[in-house]
Design a protein around this ligand. Sequence first.
Ligand SMILES: [Mg+2]
Length: 237
Amino acid sequence: MVKLILFDIDGTLVLSGGAGARALARAFSELYEVSEAMTGIVFAGCTDPMIVRDIFRVKLGREDRPGELQRVLDRYLLHLPEEVGRAEKAAVLPGVEALLAALSPRADVLIGLLTGNIEPGARIKLGRFGLDGYFGFGGFASDSEDRDEIARVALARGRQRAGRDVPAEDAIVVGDTPRDISCGRAIGARVLAVATGPHPKTDLAAHAPDWLLQDLSGTTAVMELLLDGEAARSRWP
Ligand SMILES: [Mg+2]
């Protein structure tokens, strides 16, 4: 049996210390002379293209035109490495490095990404901490703007990599927002929610994930949950 474990990035694996928002704000400032492009924009759990389209509507009062989304994202990617590099509050979240190191060598586990980041942005954010090498596959906002569809892509790529038809219930989505929970549900996967992003446990509990943790520290217990969740469930506080 193979478990597919699909990790969200922002608020789940790492905090980018606002680097993504600043890189996008710089893109809008340079291309459209919009100041404070991110003020009042909700972005946790949203895909990069959704955020860009939202800024067009809120700050420019119109929809983006053909080619504009790509132009903004290209400019965003230009600034992202510098912003990620200098973000003082950027950090790997508790337990993440130990967990990835423990999962990675196992033959019965495949770890991938399931993120609202476009793939090059995802690699830049994880690369700052040397974590990108853990993830050979994933679903990204460069595959679809819709998180449920990104989840389908991630699952399909995981199955391809496993070389077999892994049942959806053997996939586990790990994320920090209600959108992570709902996209996991959309593909029939289990969901482990962590309160290391903007949502406290009480918020996340209302969306009924299979498991809910404060963070990913305590590698042995988290591994047990991921690999034998039903057994772990009965013992979990
Ligand atoms: Mg997140």
